[in-house]
Write a protein that binds this ligand. Structure first.
Ligand code: GMT
Length: 377
């Protein structure tokens, strides 16, 4: 199949899912065209089936806001015609589903029926899309998509609660590529550079937005390190990062916390991590937790949104009400208290992650793609 994928190229779950999906589809022989404003961070172009088309928005003094949707829909039409693309898969409703619908209409005018699948990722529904300024257009573009998927049952329910949706929503969970975890180059990296043998390594990875409750991450770690020797790896960047650095200084733990900023070495960091923290306000799924579990890392998370669909309480880690940092720290200590318990949780985390192996999830997308293409043939 010839498939166009539209996504956000920056660090963030929806872009990661879209990129990994496209790369795996390309490995399986499909022709994949990524269409976005810069090269997705995890996109390796060394595959003849992978194409990347950049959307440029020329600046003009009249524009207070650059019309990205306009440029995106134009580019979509041009690339669909040039490469005879059969299907459009947009990740994140805003503004991708909207621009995709415009492209569909323009192509229809020229006698081309382009099926469009929209995948909802979370903040496009729960945080941003729900804003009264966007809601009408978001509802419209979800309803005008040929097929809609959401990354968890919880997100599907939120979407149906918050919007007047007439379309079916199919749940296709996020996935992980488990094969790469056996690569020698990654597993052989040295833990000793980051911490001593006695210290437990605790990690948090996110885009440091308010929804991630970064101060809770610090508070949980603060309580843990009062009981056992530990180091905290903070990976990612965003508006809450600087405040977090000051909070660590205030609490006197700055020497035990490493702020990496955005990193392409996530796999390396996770490969020597003992425990992952994700105390978010909400997560439609929590891809970062799954990525950790795939490295046999148990997870302490909040119980909001789709997190209970990924992190199984008492098995792959523990879940608590958001903001309950005392309980989260106690649960962390329960896991970390001795090697036998930690190893049991590590084994469990990996076996839960295996349920989300790309081998199980990708066929669900392929089946949907066939259905979408057949709809118009
Ligand atoms: O979490 C973020 O702020 C990034 C956001 C995104 O759109 O990239 O992540 C969302 O999509 C991910 C991939 O489907 C999910 O795993 C995340 O849980 C979801 N984030 C939220 O719902 C807050």
């Amino acid at each position: 199949m010839k498939i166009a994928i539209v996504c956000y190229p920056t660090f963030g779950g929806s872009g990661v899912v879209a990129t990994e999906l496209g790369l795996e589809l390309a490995r399986r022989g499909h022709e994949i065209h990524f269409i976005t404003y810069s090269q997705p961070v995890r996109l390796a172009l060394l595959n003849p089936n992978v194409h990347y088309h950049e959307v440029n928005v020329p600046e003009y003094p009249l524009f207070h806001f650059q019309p990205y949707e306009l440029a995106l829909s134009s580019k979509l039409v041009d690339m669909v015609k040039l490469y005879k693309i059969e299907l459009l898969h947009v990740h994140y409703a805003i503004p991708h589903a909207y621009a995709g619908y415009m492209a569909k209409q323009m192509l229809k005018d020229e006698g081309i029926n382009l099926p469009m699948i929209t995948t909802l990722h979370g903040t496009d529904i729960t945080l941003v899309g729900n804003h009264p300024f966007y809601k009408t257009a978001v509802t419209f573009s979800i309803n005008k998509s040929d097929f809609v998927t959401s990354v968890s049952q919880s997100l599907k329910e939120d979407t149906l609660k918050l919007f007047n949706i007439k379309n079916e929503i199919q749940v296709i969970p996020n996935f992980i590529e488990l094969d790469k975890h056996e690569t020698e180059a990654i597993t052989s990296c040295r833990r000793s550079v980051m911490a001593t043998e006695k210290e437990r390594i605790i990690t948090h990875i996110s885009n440091f937005r308010k929804v991630k409750r970064i101060p809770d991450v610090i508070q949980i770690f603060y309580k843990i390190q009062q009981e056992i020797p530990a180091k905290l790896m903070m990976v990612g960047d965003g508006p809450e990062k600087e405040k977090a650095e000051y909070l660590c200084q205030e609490l006197g733990i700055l020497d035990k916390v490493i702020f990496f900023g955005n990193s392409n070495e996530i796999d390396k960091i996770l490969s020597y991590t003992d425990l992952f923290l994700l105390p978010s306000e909400t997560e439609s799924f929590g891809l970062a937790a799954l990525e950790a579990m795939a490295w046999s890392v148990p997870v302490i998370s909040s119980n909001s949104g789709g997190l209970p669909e990924v992190n199984f309480d008492g098995i792959s880690g523990y879940l608590s009400d958001k903001g309950n940092t005392d309980e989260m720290a106690q649960n962390a200590l329960k896991i970390l208290k001795d090697d036998a318990t930690l190893n049991k949780f590590k084994k469990n985390a990996l076996s839960v992650a295996k349920q989300f192996d790309i081998e199980n999830i990708l066929p669900l997308y392929e089946e949907l793609y066939h259905k979408a293409i057949n709809k118009f043939s």
